[in-house]
Ligand binder design. Structure first.
Ligand code: SRM
Ligand code: SF4
Length: 562
């Protein structure tokens, strides 16, 4: 590996993530902050963005870009109180663009915070007993976990684990508090140490997910570390540890690819935080710090080999993991509607289209939060669970759901998700969140024509190949290549265990609908009993199965458009 990347120097010279952020926030001449500081604010869960819809017009008028900030709240396992929801609602209304955006990692993003509103917004988040620390940046991000409130003991256990891992791996730097909350530098703060992450933090972002089979709602194979809970007699007895998953890639660069993680072995619950820590330290020491496109753990494992990686983990742990235990996933995505738990409580899985909470939905959820004593749980599929509803309270909430028209859509839409993309994402090549609903309208019409209206097919879209909605694990994945153009991937597994394969390249709306219409017709006519769409397209030779991340770009048929 050659010289270190520019980000490594920015981190090293940042005095533990301070840089000149505080000065930049005081500068009212510009809506932006210094370029190096934009890398550092990420570690504090804050992104500088600009409204891309306004770029052309502002450039013509020689105005600076319409800068604002996005703040991403850290919510381990996605668990919030109703009061915290109300707090975030108010901050979005007073300081942001008035919407809340639920993400694929069980967090909430507040968009459109102009510079003068940023500190008050973060202070509001802090007052709601939340923070945005490490929600972005080269650190361990929000730890996500299956949403299974219908199994209260298991859900309590994995929520506690998600919190424990998140806390354990947080940066020790007090910079977030100093810059955004207290406004004062703590004497001696700059000499603090980062015992786990180190002075230059990790080479790249790092992600951990917990899943409880048969539910693979967190897409456990898509993360740097996946923990598959093994349950016996209603108790979590340990976790199969998975390492080296990730989605991001770059178009036209075949040495970048999505990868499903490898199962390393079984860990008891008391060991598992340490197992995560040791994997993080291997990545800290072995990860590529010269090329950020190859810096994720998945590439470290590809480079050194799984055997050497596993041996190093064993050496650092001082024990070996036990053999992995059997498990079976049945589905990714979320259930919908009411689910009851043995303790007599009910939990409502509410679909939120692409995670964007606005308009009637915003008002409805506010009204529900004001009357709800239980929790709001964010899912890894951008949905929300109104959890722990006592039977006496259920009619009140049901009537509010009805009043605000918060109903469940058809099966295709329910199982679809899109990343944010335009206008806020600086990396978007095409629309995603703003376009997918329209594409689903068209696909619903085609699906209904072939009697597939109630069939669950996982469809995911992203505005670029970074994979924020995990499109390469979907049965149908659409990935932006340019304005109005997408690559169409097929053949991911319904239960989130297999990557997809490129089927059509650079297609527009009409071609996407036409291609999928033909496939829907074939599926309706030729599928076997219980056969999922993703399995069908492989069995019938539409695409070859992807058997490993490094084979993602291999075996692509020379189909039209490819
Ligand atoms: Fe992501 C970058 C949005 C989940 C892979 N992602 C971005 C940025 C911050 C753009 C940027 O760097 O300037 C996007 C902000 C858009 C905006 O305006 O809000 C962004 N990512 C999102 C969210 C909001 C998508 C959503 O619609 O829900 C998700 C926020 C998660 C959270 O709350 O923490 C989100 N991003 C993911 C996931 C899915 C996951 O983690 O389960 C992935 C794929 C998994 C993975 O990491 O491999 C993902 N995002 C990326 C990448 C590619 C990383 C890579 O290894 O190549 C980038 C670009 C980068 O890091 O350079 C990126
Ligand atoms: Fe932006 Fe690309 Fe992520 Fe979509 S997938 S939010 S376009 S970085």
């Amino acid at each position: 590996m050659s010289d270190r990347s520019r980000n490594e120097f920015i981190k090293e010279e940042s005095r533990y993530l301070r840089g000149t952020i505080a000065d930049g926030l005081r500068d009212h001449v510009t809506g932006a902050i210094a370029e190096d500081d934009t890398q550092l604010t990420k570690f504090h869960g804050i992104y500088q963005q600009d409204d891309r819809d306004l770029r052309g017009e502002r450039a013509k008028k020689k105005l600076e870009k319409a800068f604002s900030f996005m703040a991403r709240v850290r919510v381990p396992a996605g668990v919030l109180t109703a009061a915290q929801w109300i707090g975030l609602h108010d901050i979005a209304a007073e300081r942001g663009n008035g919407t809340l955006r639920l993400t694929t990692r069980q967090t909430i993003q507040l968009h459109g915070l102009i510079k003068s509103n940023l500190r008050p917004a973060i202070q509001g988040i802090h007052a709601a007993l939340l923070d945005t620390i490490a929600a972005c940046g080269d650190v361990n991000r929000n730890v996500i976990a299956s949403v299974v409130p219908q199994h209260p003991a298991i859900h309590t256990e994995i929520t506690a684990l998600a919190r424990a891992i998140s806390e354990h791996l947080l940066p020790r730097s007090r910079a977030w508090h100093e810059i955004f909350v207290d406004g004062e530098q703590v004497v001696g703060g700059e000499t603090e140490d980062e015992p786990i992450l180190g002075r230059t933090y990790l080479p790249r972002k790092f992600k951990i997910a917990i899943a409880v089979p048969p539910q693979n709602d967190t897409d456990v194979f898509a993360h740097d570390i996946g923990l598959i809970a093994i349950v016996a007699q209603g108790k979590v007895v340990g976790y199969n540890v998975v390492a080296g998953g990730g989605m991001g890639m770059t178009h036209g660069e075949p040495d970048t690819f999505p990868r499903t993680g490898d199962v390393l072995g079984f860990s008891t619950p008391d060991q598992v935080v340490e197992v995560c820590e040791k994997i993080v330290t291997i990545q800290r020491d072995w990860g590529d710090r010269s090329d950020r496109k190859h810096a994720r753990l998945k590439y470290t494992i590809e480079r050194v080999g799984l055997e050497r990686f596993a041996a190093e983990l064993q050496a650092r742990l001082g024990i070996s993991l036990a053999p992995a235990r059997p498990y079976q996933f049945a589905r990714t995505g979320d259930p919908s509607g009411w689910i009851e738990s043995a303790d007599g409580q009910a939990h409502h899985f509410l679909f939120i289209e692409n995670g964007r909470v606005l308009g009637t939905m915003l008002d409805g959820l506010r009204a529900i939060a004001e009357r709800h004593d239980g929790r709001f749980i964010l899912t890894a599929n951008q949905n929300l669970v109104i959890a722990d509803v006592a039977s006496a309270q259920r009619p009140v909430l049901e009537s509010l759901l009805q009043q605000f028209n918060l109903s469940s859509p058809g099966a295709l839409r329910r199982n679809a998700m899109a990343c944010v993309a335009l206008p806020t994402c600086g990396l978007a090549l095409a629309e995603s969140e703003r376009y997918l609903p329209q594409l689903i309208d068209a696909l619903e019409r085609e699906a209904a024509q072939y009697g597939l209206g109630n069939d669950e097919i996982i469809i995911r879209m992203t505005g670029c190949p970074n994979g924020c909605a995990r499109p390469y694990l979907a049965e149908i994945g659409l990935v932006g290549t340019g304005p109005g153009r997408y690559n169409l991937y097929l053949g991911g597994a319904f239960e989130g265990t297999r990557l997809s394969k490129l089927y059509r390249q650079d297609v527009g709306h009409a071609d996407m609908v036409a291609s999928l219409k033909l496939l829907f017709a074939a599926y309706a006519g030729q599928r076997r009993q219980g056969e999922r769409f993703g399995d069908f397209v492989i069995r019938t030779g539409v695409v070859r199965a992807t058997t490993a991340g490094h084979r993602f770009h291999a075996d692509v048929a020379s189909a039209p458009g490819v």
